[in-house]
Design a protein. Sequence first.
Length: 291
Amino acid sequence: MNTFVRHSTVIGFVLLSALPTAAQDTTYTWNKSADFNLAVTQNSYSDSWVGGEAGSASWVSNLNALIEGPLAPRWISKSTAKLSFGQTHIQEEETKNWKKPVKSTDLIDLENTLRYLTGWFVNPFIGLRFESQLLDASVPSFKRYINPMRLTESAGFTRRLYQKDKEFIDSRIGFALRETFDRRVLDTVAQTTKTNTTTDGGLESVTDVSLKLHERIGWTSKLTVFKPLTVSDKSVPHWSATHVNWENILAASVTKYITVNLYVQWLYDKPIDLRGRFKETLALGFTYKLI
């Protein structure tokens, strides 16, 4: 755990350094945005209802934030945060009693990159990314919070392919070191765990997209491709297979505070499953612009 504490301190320092308190670069202005949305759906039946119907209630909340700007002349910091959590509640078909809620969405994704503007075709960068979830419910009798945790440290070259106002397309490639910390359950009664640490290094490519497709429709996307070259535990099957994570958010504003959000994610990670994994969430709900 000492390694994790050390890296957590570094993450906190780098993320805090991205706050707009540093000296301004007159050639580069701050770009700040933060949106929070909450969507709820619900239906229920009385115990006198017949036909086998069962009520349900689900809710999901999302926070997406971006802060980008100069820390010093030529040094540009970009911090992003994606936080999501949601649950689904279902009624018993016969008794109409409500079951315990089941987690439907859970994501913590914090990233900071620092790039140096050289005036060349590409610019060097360093980056830190922290990924986890609020609640690990894989063992129902023993819930673990903020588990597992993955820290990615990267360095390489980046280029902004397109920019217009707050719209941009960024692409970067470089070397990355990933460290995964998983508190595995040893005894559910005594509630004891053992932290298993896995480290792998390799080549990483990341493409970030934030575009306005229409006056009321925005699209954000993140495509991450990682090719492991070495791993601390080579007994893991398919450890050298290429990992792909493609996330897309399509947001359409109905009114100032009502938005339709479509989240689509495709994962390809052979050590977990030989097939690709797909996730889709469609929600209509309340949206508030924090920044």
